[in-house]
Ligand binder design. Sequence first.
Ligand code: 55R
Length: 130
Amino acid sequence: QCNLEGKWKNELGSIMTLSPLDKNGFFTGTYHTTVTANSNLVTKESPLMGNLNVFTADTQQRVFGFLVNWTFSNSVTSFVGQCFVQKDGTERLQTTWLLRGSAATEEDNWSQTSHRVGTNVFTRLNTEEA
Ligand SMILES: O=C1C=CC(=NNc2ccccc2C(=O)O)C=C1
């Protein structure tokens, strides 16, 4: 079954580290993202907090949500998603995100389309990547 604790990366190369969950499924963590701020790449760490739905008996299909409070801009991103375990045991977090507010700094070029909703898939950071 999926355990959210640990390090995850998405297709943008952002790294998310999640804490152990408490009995209510509450967790905290940090989110490292690389965004272009006034034309230089900076990696920024932002705090996050979230909840796993621990009320369902179905331990394989648990849904979660978390909010990243971006430290480099006046914005937050909420992620909602579900963890899936593949046949080979690898875990993937399928998420949909909603970005609220505009970055105080130049937005990263992938967000030039100024879309404010999207999807991200997170996979576990394996040991040599960490
Ligand atoms: O104000 C801003 C502008 C762009 C941002 N890009 N990061 C993201 C936004 C949505 C989902 C994932 C990420 C990421 O960096 O992984 C974040 C805050």
